[in-house]
Design a binder for this molecule. Structure first.
Ligand SMILES: Cc1cc2nc3c(=O)[nH]c(=O)nc-3n(C[C@H](O)[C@H](O)[C@H](O)COP(=O)(O)OP(=O)(O)OC[C@H]3O[C@@H](n4cnc5c(N)ncnc54)[C@H](O)[C@@H]3O)c2cc1C
Length: 280
């Protein structure tokens, strides 16, 4: 799984399946049921930590094999869940549709972004996502629209559920493609300036605690640059744990625990990981 996660850590999956249609997702789930196999879902692996022991089940990767995008007219776009956010932002920009600029540079899939209600620079998926199609663990198809998507800070109706998102519908607003492109480029520039993009990571390691910024608390705890094995609190942005080259998932988890304990002791604030963990 180290090849499929942005942290570049994690052991092997027993089986990796990359479905190319909703029917294929259903077939895989029927097979998992029949064979009593555990499964988990990954997108682009950019918010994931996978155990060094790997995952002794089926990993369904909803990625490039399910990545179609469609202009529905009136500012509406439909895409398959494996479409990359970058491709989706470029698609919207070409159509002169505004609202997704915030997502440019978030290295996930559309499905992962819906699951996480990904957000940045004052925007979030909640502002543009109108519907998600999914396959439930028994293979049945379903859809959530509007309020039923239950989108809140880095959460959705899909968080901690075993449904697999297969498609999204977004509502965007007409805009000038040049202005949209300029806003996207500006967001990317800010990312490169502030974030340690030269190292493997999963972005912000922790959620923003109410009333604070995780990075500031970590920095004020004197943890910038602290390492456990190959894992390090980034010197550039203390909110990022990075892999300096030979980190294991155990190193990263131990550093996460150390950060949580230190910040708790100093400020009495609990830092909740934003990064998701899968594996044995
Ligand atoms: C350098 C960097 C910068 C980042 N910046 C931001 C940022 O600004 N804002 C932000 O919100 N995030 C950011 N992230 C985190 C990450 O990119 C987002 O959370 C992204 O939405 C995750 O998408 P993914 O496809 O990689 O999901 P994954 O990491 O593969 O999975 C994340 C979770 O979603 C679930 N999931 C994924 N796809 C599906 C699906 N089709 N159906 C059901 N469940 C699914 C997984 O099971 C897992 O629980 C950053 C990450 C990096 C590495």
């Amino acid at each position: 799984m180290s090849k499929l996660t942005s942290f570049h850590t994690g052991g092997a999956a027993a089986l990796l399946v990359q479905p190319n249609s909703v029917a294929a997702v259903q077939d895989i789930l029927y097979a998992c049921q029949a064979e009593h196999l555990r499964y988990c879902v990954v997108g682009n692996g950019s918010n994931l930590l996978v155990s060094d022991a790997g995952f002794s089940g089926v990993v369904l990767r909803i990625g490039p094999a399910m990545a179609t995008m469609e202009d529905l007219g009136d500012g509406r776009i439909r895409c398959a869940a494996g479409a990359s956010l970058t491709a989706l932002c470029n698609f919207a920009c070409r159509l002169g549709l505004s609202g997704l600029e915030f997502a440019f540079g978030i290295p996930g899939t559309a499905g992962g972004a819906a699951y996480m209600n990904a957000g940045a620079y004052g925007g979030e998926m909640k502002n543009v996502l109108t519907a998600c199609a999914h396959v439930a663990s028994d293979g049945n198809l379903g859809t959530f629209t509007g309020e039923a998507l239950a989108l809140s800070y880095r959460r959705s109706v899909y968080t901690d559920s075993d449904r697999i998102i297969t498609g999204l519908e977004l509502q965007l607003q007409p805009g000038d493609p040049r202005e949209i492109r300029a806003a996207m480029d500006e967001n990317m520039r800010k990312r490169s300036e502030k974030q340690p993009l030269e190292f493997p990571s999963a972005g912000s390691t922790f959620k923003r605690p109410q009333g604070y910024f995780a990075g500031a608390l970590i920095e004020q705890s004197g943890l910038k640059g602290v390492t456990v094995g190959g894992a390090q609190v980034s010197e550039k942005h203390a909110g990022f744990v990075i892999n300096t080259g030979d980190a294991t998932t155990s190193d990263i988890l131990a550093l996460i625990k150390l950060i949580q304990q230190t910040v708790w002791d100093k400020f009495g604030v609990h830092l909740e990981p934003e990064v998701k963990f899968i594996g044995d």
